[in-house]
Design a protein around this ligand. Structure first.
Ligand code: DGJ
Length: 739
């Protein structure tokens, strides 16, 4: 049983083979955190883990002068209530006070994992996969109940946490802060690793030592953002990809979040994750409840690769849902960089025919297909095809594309509205706007009030009547601006602090209704590239557009960083034309594909413009991906060499049975008379002999790990002009077990 309750010492030990998480209910009733880390032996009492010494200047309880909330490690600290650090909960009451005291009343331990109401969350398939502890606490003065939920998976180094609050009192209370998890670690000797960036350079790895005080990453943009991802990792300074401790914290949420590490002056570190309190204030009437999003915690002592692999397999198998979850992804051709807004039926059909001849599975019509959408200044909200561009309609187009033997996919941006649109004419009040104030535009567009269920219903109806009439296998759901000046005309002034969260709930509701009605459709989420690449989205759309930057060299950092948390099967990755549209850079077609293979794979260019020689290469690339996509998308991924450390990048995937592997090696600039180089491979069977593509000798898994794969090559020099060498080089090595 992975959750043990030791009644004598009122201790809960959540454990599996890899991790232990220990909570003690103090005699006064507050749940105190004793331990989180590598698995500890079972015992009846872990009181030795309590550190509680009297310190001058502490505020203490009158009846027990040695108990100060300042110095106990708390499971869910109330703000300003004797614990001087940031709270996980701040609840405003009718008398103006925010002081609360939540004490243990009961608990339950059940098999399995409950779903969270209206929120994405990890799940189980079969009750034996996990156990859930619910700690029930109460503020006796207010009669408000707090439930802390902890799920531990049997065979994964994973814990899921969330919190639920129920107002059983006779008054309204206002939640000003309600986070998902708070954990007090007993030391501060960590580096914080997070994923930071901006448009076209999302999720770059950012590492810095913890310092005293609070360090945080956050979003206030209404989506999880290009700038920070709802993820942070604390690792020891000596932790590498393959060794050392790492704690990963990920929030299953797509809106404004905060993730912080607060180091106090006694060297304890409080890690917190949840909805960003800056844009959150939620009135809770008598009888109402509020559920926080889920925080996912991964612990490993085997380095960052092990942490990432735990996230990958959990998010791929127990967060993503639907028929596409376990299926290799179709190789697609997306029209965006090929024709942008200049959509014309004859050209689209020509592109589709070329794509089909190359071996593509799915044709995706991106932006520009609907009413008068000739640039980004108009038409969002009017989800009807432009007959002047598509005389046979989308039904006619999709049918012709299907008849060619291709699936058909479509781009939409349901949360947005243009002022030049029929929808705006009819419902200007459906735009998020503060009465009397100017409303900022983003990409010339405005944001629909998805906190208003009427608006979500209306967009659903438009999409339903569209999707019902076409043969659709794939939808790319885009979102191209941050939210600003957020205010809902449909809500009372007292409810305005709920709008950001209600907006995201509206997005989730629309997704849920669409996937319920169209379970066969593969959804890909997108937000100006990767501004909403988060676990919340993966629950609805098993893949996401990683970045608008399709340059192969830039993609090395973006995909490497993204792989810290997200599985390869979730990363939208396309080969685009050269010069690259974001950077004007020329890279070999081989390198572009060798990078894009490590994702969902597709092309984003106009195949009509390709030369015969290029088409020949692309045909082979597609055939290669078709042969290996199960291995790549569902294998175990290892980062081998970081693009953040220099000129080279390497990564590999290994099949579940460890008999096949694919290594990707990339060198940005060619060096003259270069050094000897080896790659130390991971995840192979030590005794197994492997053949290595393009090598005429074999090596065992152990040799490949210890002695390495030799990747030294000749470089240009006197009398040695090797045309296969040069800048932006890539190589793939396919390893197969020899029986
Ligand atoms: C932003 C997306 O990231 C692009 O891939 C493309 O779909 C455009 N929007 C279309 O407007």
């Amino acid at each position: 049983m992975p959750i043990q309750f030791i009644s004598d010492s009122k201790t809960f030990h959540l454990y599996n083979d890899s991790v232990s998480y220990i909570i003690k209910i103090l005699p006064e009733g507050m749940p105190s955190h004793l331990y989180y880390g590598a698995r500890l032996p079972l015992r009846d009492n872990y009181d030795y883990l309590m550190e509680s010494i009297h310190r001058p200047m502490s505020v203490t309880r009158t009846e027990n002068s040695s108990l100060s909330l300042e110095h106990i490690r708390s499971e869910f600290p109330s703000a300003l209530s004797g614990d001087m650090r940031p709270g996980a909960l701040c609840l405003r009451q009718a008398n103006g006070s925010v002081i609360t005291e939540f004490l243990y009343t009961s608990h339950s331990i059940t098999k399995g994992k409950p779903a969270l109401e209206n929120l994405p969350a990890c799940y189980v398939e079969g009750e034996e996969e996990a156990q859930t502890l619910v700690l029930v606490l109460e503020d006796a003065l207010l009669h408000v109940r707090l439930e802390l939920l902890y799920t531990i998976y049997e065979n994964r180094p994973v814990l899921c946490r969330s919190a639920r609050i129920v107002n059983d009192s006779d008054q309204q209370v206002i939640l000003d802060t309600f986070l998902s998890a708070s954990i007090d670690l007993p030391d501060d000797h960590y580096e914080m690793l997070d994923l930071a960036g901006a448009w076209a350079r999302e999720r770059h790895i950012d590492v810095h030592p913890l310092h005293t005080g609070c360090q945080s990453i956050y979003s206030l943009r209404g989506h999880s953002s290009h700038n920070f991802n709802p993820f942070l990792c604390l690792k020891k300074p000596w932790t590498t990809e393959n060794t050392g401790e790492a704690f990963g914290f990920s929030l299953v949420y797509s809106g404004n979040f905060i993730a912080s590490a607060d180091v106090d002056t006694y060297n304890t570190t409080r890690v917190q994750l949840g909805i960003n309190p800056t844009t959150f204030s939620w009135p809770l009437e008598q009888g109402e409840s509020f559920q926080s999003p889920e925080a996912v915690l991964v612990y490993t002592k085997n380095g960052l690769n092990a942490m990432s692999q735990a996230f990958h397999s959990l998010f791929r198998q127990r967060l993503a849902r639907g028929v596409w979850r376990d299926q290799a992804r179709p190789i697609l051709l997306n029209s965006w960089e090929g024709v942008y807004f200049d959509v014309r039926e004859d050209e689209i059909l020509h592109m589709a025919k070329e794509a089909r001849d190359l071996g593509v599975d799915l044709f995706v019509l991106d932006d520009g297909w609907f009413k008068a959408r000739n640039d980004d200044t108009s038409s969002l909200g009017d989800w009807v095809e432009d007959r002047s561009k598509l005389p046979h309609g989308l039904d006619g187009l999709s049918e012709q594309i299907n008849n060619m033997g291709l699936e058909f996919g479509l781009w939409i941006e349901p949360e947005m509205i243009s002022r030049h649109s029929d929808l705006f004419e009819a419902h200007p009040e459906w735009v998020l706007q503060v009465p009397g104030r100017r409303q900022s535009a983003g990409r010339n567009q405005y944001v629909l009030d998805f906190s208003n269920p009427q608006v979500v219903d209306a967009i659903y109806e438009q999409l339903r009547s569209l999707f019902d009439k076409i043969s659709l296998s794939y939808v790319k759901w885009d979102m191209n601006r941050s939210l600003s000046e957020v205010y809902s005309l449909a809500l009372d002034p007292s409810q305005q602090g709920t709008v950001y969260h209600r907006f995201i709930l509206g997005v989730y509701r629309l997704y849920e209704r669409l996937i319920e009605r169209y379970p066969h459709i593969l959804f890909e989420s997108c937000a100006s590239g990767g501004a909403r690449f988060d676990p919340g989205m993966l629950y609805y759309a098993p893949q996401a557009w990683t970045s608008d930057d399709t340059d192969a060299i830039e993609r090395l950092k973006i995909q490497y960083g993204t792989s810290m948390v997200y599985p390869i099967s979730s990363m939208g990755s396309h080969v685009s034309a050269c010069p690259n549209h974001q950077l004007n850079r020329y890279t070999p077609l081989k390198t572009r594909a060798d990078v894009a293979y490590f994702g969902t794979f597709g092309y984003e260019l106009n195949p009509i413009e390709m030369s015969e020689k290029e088409k020949e290469i692309v045909r082979k690339q597609i055939a290669f991906m078709k042969e290996h996509r199960e291995l790549i998308q569902f294998g175990t991924f290892y980062r081998l060499r970081s693009p953040f450390d220099g000129n080279e990048t390497a990564w590999m995937v290994v099949s579940e049975d460890q008999k096949t592997a694919l290594v990707g090696y990339y060198r940005i600039l060619q060096k003259v008379n270069s050094r000897y180089r080896r790659l130390f491979l991971q995840g192979l069977l030590p005794e197994q002999e492997y053949s290595i593509s393009s090598f005429d000798y074999t090596q065992t898994g152990e040799e490949l790990a210890q002695a390495g794969l030799i990747i030294t090559d000749s470089s240009a020099g006197e009398n040695n002009i090797d045309r296969s060498q040069g800048d932006f080089l890539s190589r793939l090595y396919l390893l197969r077990a020899i029986d």
